[in-house]
Design a protein around this ligand. Structure first.
Ligand code: SF4
Length: 326
């Protein structure tokens, strides 16, 4: 690992001023950042430690939740208000990483973790995300874990966060602070498609800091689920995952949100699949229609074509837990 400077920030304003300097980034739990720096996938001249800024609380707000960016994954997963009010969030967190990592990794850091694409993690390989313009060997190479939706001719890497998928299903809002003041960004708009600039992964501006994630009150949230399919039972990223939140009235789906992991270049919400369910009974036919709508624009590659069917089966599986299928 290359040498780097370190400052333990004592105020939010001081942290932002420091992190706005070139070559500087924030240090939260460090569970992904330090691996990236050790492996040579990222280089930073200075780290600003934000662990002591009082950003780790979880508070109730008008029936919703305010989750501090420095709250630990295990802390949020175990919070009774999270378990009761938005089980998809607790389930997604508990399906992530290992107990040791969950005790250290922060909510904000989880949203900013980098892709697990092996070419990206290997500084000896070309990679448009790590080294813009160098190429994307995954498109014709090993792409079993890569995206079938949201890709471009420059990158097809999946976003690895389970938490972000759950937050998309909950319509959460990311609260930021930065040199230009505070602003709020819906989680669905926080991560960016790769397009021509796969190195730009989110809307953060220089020096901007995630301070909190707000989960609004919603009758859907109480009826939410997370299903993650992976190659081994723990410490593994999703091959495909599904987050659902829905309300059924008089046997019809009154409202629904569906988000997916492992298939998209960003946490993937499918409004087409939601539209296929809304107003209909939760039956094998309506769920199959939702699955077909979800993958209508999929671009499978030679190693990951199996995801097209697998994600539809996963959707069927998790919706059956909601009381379908008749
Ligand atoms: Fe790099 Fe993206 Fe291609 Fe992976 S898929 S090699 S991250 S450009």
């Amino acid at each position: 690992m290359r040498a780097f400077g370190y400052t333990a920030a004592t105020s939010e304003a001081a942290a932002i001023a420091l992190a706005a300097q070139p070559g500087t980034t924030y240090l939260a739990g460090g569970t992904d950042l330090l691996n990236l720096m050790r492996d040579g996938a990222e280089q930073h001249g200075h780290l600003v430690d934000i662990n002591h800024l009082g950003l780790a609380g979880v508070t109730a707000d008008n029936g919703g939740l305010r989750i501090g960016a420095l709250a630990r994954m295990s802390q949020v997963a175990a919070d009774p208000r999270v378990r009761r009010g938005c089980p998809v969030l607790s389930q997604a967190l508990l399906a992530s990483a290992s107990p040791q990592v969950r005790n250290m990794a922060s909510i904000g850091g989880n949203l900013l973790q980098r892709t697990r694409c092996g070419y990206f993690r290997d500084p000896g390989s070309a990679c448009n995300k790590r080294d813009p313009g160098s190429g994307c060997p995954a498109i014709e190479g090993q792409n079993r874990i890569h995206a079938i939706v949201g890709g471009s001719g420059h990158c097809i890497a999946t976003h690895p966060s389970d938490l972000a998928v759950a937050l998309v299903a909950l319509d959460a809002v990311v609260q930021l602070a930065g040199p230009g003041g505070p602003r709020a960004v819906p989680i669905a708009d926080f991560h960016l498609l790769p397009g021509d600039t796969p190195d730009v992964e989110n809307v953060l501006r220089p020096g901007e800091l995630i301070v909190r994630v707000d989960v609004p009150s919603s009758p859907l949230a109480e009826h939410s689920r997370y299903l993650k399919l992976r190659d081994r039972a723990t410490f593994e990223f999703a091959v495909v995952s599904v987050a659902t939140a829905l309300r059924v009235r008089r046997r019809r789906v009154e409202d629904v949100r569906l988000a997916f992991g492992g298939i998209g270049t960003k946490p993937w919400r499918s409004r087409a699949a939601e539209d296929a369910l809304r107003g209909r009974p939760l039956t094998a036919d309506s769920i199959a229609d939702a699955g077909r709508a979800l993958v209508r624009d999929a671009v499978p590659r030679h190693d990951n074509a199996f995801k097209v069917e697998l994600v539809q089966r996963a959707l069927t599986g998790v919706l059956s837990e909601h009381g379908g299928i008749r």
